[in-house]
Design a binder for this molecule. Structure first.
Ligand code: ZN
Length: 162
């Protein structure tokens, strides 16, 4: 788990694509998502923040003149993720993974161990040394067995991690 800013395209996912947004964040990619987001708000964010719209909504494509839009045809997140990675020429790299908050897309920052002592369970505190915190929601993250498990899950779905 490291704290690199992700280069490359930024995304905003429509309200059908929460899982895709989450897994893009796992890879360290900048993926805005809000379940409550309307299509007009989606378009506004895409314009204001120069994001690529990822959408399953065909009407959005017909209605809008926005060009920075990628239509997602697949139903399941692994296929959706593979389509996005292929289309934009991106790859999952261990040194960029887990650098974003999965809940709100914030870029997590290293946190001194003492600072989070009472924010995690004592077992977690005792068995780990590298902790990170999200500057937006203050959620605490650490490298643990879930990291390896996530990588294995991705690889099982055909998403290679280098
Ligand atoms: Zn957060």
């Amino acid at each position: 788990m490291q704290n690199h800013l992700s280069p490359g395209p930024k995304f905003v996912c429509d309200d059908h694509l929460g899982k895709l947004a989450r897994y893009l964040r796992v890879g360290g990619f900048d993926a805005a998502f809000d379940r409550e987001m309307t299509n007009s708000r989606l378009l506004q964010i895409a314009l204001d923040e120069e994001r690529w719209i990822l959408t399953r909504d065909r009407r959005l494509i017909e209605r809008t003149l926005v060009r920075n839009l990628f239509f997602i045809t697949h139903d399941h997140w692994p296929d959706q993720l593979n389509a996005v990675l292929t289309h934009f020429g991106l790859e999952f790299r261990k040194d960029r993974m887990f650098s974003r908050c999965l809940e709100d897309n914030g870029t997590i920052e290293p946190a001194p161990k003492e600072a989070i002592e009472f924010r995690v369970f004592p077992f977690t505190y005792q068995h780990h040394d590298d902790f990170y915190i999200c500057p937006i929601c203050r959620r605490v993250y650490w490298s643990g067995t879930h990291v390896e498990a996530t990588i294995r899950r991705l690889e099982r779905f055909g998403i290679m991690v280098s």
